[in-house]
Design a protein around this ligand. Structure first.
Ligand SMILES: Nc1nc2c(c(=O)[nH]1)N=C([C@H](O)[C@H](O)COP(=O)(O)OP(=O)(O)OP(=O)(O)O)CN2
Ligand SMILES: [Zn+2]
Length: 139
C-alpha cells in the first residue's frame, strides 16, 4: 500500500463548554492538520503515472478546509448565548458553529469526513492542537 501525507494549518479560537479548567475559556491554537491518503497501486499511465494522486489535489482540498476555519471563533451549537452571537456577528467577527464539541478528536473525524466526501481515499487525519498534543481519526 502507498500512503501520501499532506498538511495544512489554521489559526482559530475555541473553548470547551463544560470543561473544568482553563480550556473552558476562549483561547486560540494554531491547528495543524495532517491527512494520509492511500492506494494499493500507483497510477499506470498519463500525467499521473507513478503517483497515488497528485499532491496538489490533496493539498488544495486540505487548504480549502483550513481556510474555512482560519481566523474564526469555533463554537459548539448550543453553547453560546444567542444574543451574544448576534452581537458578535454585528461586529463582523467570524463565528463558526459546529455540531460537535471542538476537540482535536472531533476535528480529526470531521476533516476525515469532509475529505471522504470529496472522494479522497483517506486513511487517517491527525489534528495537532499544540505541537505536542494531537488526535488521529482512523476509520
Ligand atoms: N483529548 C483532548 N483533551 C483536551 C483537548 C482535546 O481537544 N482533546 N483540548 C483541550 C484544550 O483545548 C486545551 O487548549 C489544550 O491545552 P493544554 O493541554 O493546556 O495544552 P497547552 O500546550 O496549551 O498547555 P500549557 O500547559 O498551557 O502549556 C484540553 N484537553
Ligand atoms: Zn484548546
Amino acid at each position: 500500500m502507498y500512503l501520501l501525507k499532506s498538511e495544512s494549518s489554521f489559526d482559530s479560537a475555541h473553548f470547551l463548554h463544560g470543561y473544568k479548567g482553563k480550556c473552558s475559556n476562549i483561547h486560540g491554537h494554531r491547528w495543524r492538520v495532517e491527512a494520509n491518503v492511500y492506494a494499493d497501486e500507483l497510477q499506470e499511465k498519463g500525467e499521473l503515472k507513478g503517483m497515488v494522486i497528485d499532491f496538489g489535489d490533496i493539498k488544495s482540498a486540505l487548504k480549502d478546509i483550513a481556510d474555512f476555519f482560519d481566523h474564526s471563533l469555533i463554537y459548539e451549537k448550543g453553547t453560546l448565548n444567542l444574543e451574544l452571537i448576534k452581537l458578535l456577528n454585528n461586529e463582523n467577527f467570524r463565528l463558526i458553529e459546529v455540531k460537535f464539541r471542538p476537540t482535536a478528536e472531533n476535528f480529526a473525524k470531521h476533516i476525515f469526513d469532509l475529505l471522504e466526501e470529496k472522494e479522497f481515499n483517506v486513511v487517517s487525519v491527525t489534528v495537532y492542537e499544540t505541537p505536542s498534543n494531537s488526535a488521529t481519526y482512523v476509520k
